[in-house]
Design a protein around this ligand. Structure first.
Ligand SMILES: [Zn+2]
Length: 105
C-alpha cells in the first residue's frame, strides 16, 4: 500500500456530494505515535448524495434520510423506540428505524 494513494476527501471535485453528518462511534487515527487512535463519536463523513427522485439523501456508508413529505406520501415514519413504533403502527403508519428499515417486531 502506497500511503500517497489515500482517497480524496468526501465531496472533493463533486459538487453533488457533501460529507455525511451522522454521528457514529468509532476509532480514528490521531497521527500521534504515543496515542495512535482516539475512540469517540465522529461525524460519518462519507459522501452523501441526493436521490435522483428528490425524496431524500443517502451516504456511502448506508445512512439515509428521507424528507418528511416523502415519508408521509409513502406511508411510513421514523420511530425512535418500540413505544413510538407501536403508536405509528396503530395510526396505520409503517414504523421504520433511523436507517430506513421496517421496524423489527
Ligand atoms: Zn453516513
Amino acid at each position: 500500500m502506497d500511503e500517497q494513494q489515500t482517497p480524496a476527501p468526501a465531496g472533493q471535485g463533486d459538487p453533488e456530494t457533501w460529507p455525511c453528518d451522522w454521528l457514529t462511534r468509532g476509532t480514528r487515527p490521531t497521527g500521534d505515535p504515543d496515542e495512535p487512535y482516539y475512540e469517540g463519536i465522529f461525524e460519518c463523513g462519507a459522501p452523501s448524495r441526493m436521490r435522483p427522485d428528490g425524496t431524500g439523501y443517502d451516504c456511502e456508508a448506508g445512512h439515509e434520510h428521507t424528507y418528511a413529505q416523502a415519508r408521509q406520501a409513502a406511508g411510513w415514519e421514523y420511530a425512535e423506540d418500540d413505544d413510538e413504533a407501536g403508536r405509528l403502527a396503530k395510526l396505520g403508519v409503517e414504523p421504520r428505524t433511523i436507517t430506513g428499515q421496517v421496524w423489527p417486531r
